[in-house]
Design a protein around this ligand. Sequence first.
Ligand code: T46
Length: 139
Amino acid sequence: MNHSISYAYRMIQLSKVENPIGIQISVKNRGLLPFEVKRVYYIYDVPAGESRGGHAHKELQQLIIAVKGSFDVLINDGRTKKVICLDRPNIGLYIVPGIWRKLLNFSEGSVSLVLASQAYSEDDYLRDFEQFKNRKYEP
Ligand code: T46
């Protein structure tokens, strides 16, 4: 039987206001997002060929947006993988807790913006893939 990873993520379209002086995108708490934003960070200047992430979170929910350029997000629930390309500043990738993620194939000059449901806590990270898999599927 094929296992679907569709429960693990959702693409969220953000509202865009376009006019002759530019484009603005806003994200409201308790709007489209399934969580309240408690932290924002962004990643840029990733050298060619490098990747970010490579871990899972126990509780954290996140929305990842390519505000500039493009990159791929590999998600893996321990059984099934999927690669999602982010390349539009008005489309965010929402990832539920407990999903391994890796960001890769960054285009030159790309910027990823991440909205997170919790303050930074190293205790929330699962950084060892074998531990991640065993934790998920122990009987
Ligand atoms: C994720 C991917 C997409 C902090 O002190 N505060 C923070 O808010 C963050 C995100 C990181 N840090 C520290 C922890 C490490 O010493 O910054 C250093 C680099 O963090 P990390 O190796 O976790 O970076 P990435 O890019 O591999 O992962 C980050 C997020 O940590 C993670 O939640 O999903 O971006």
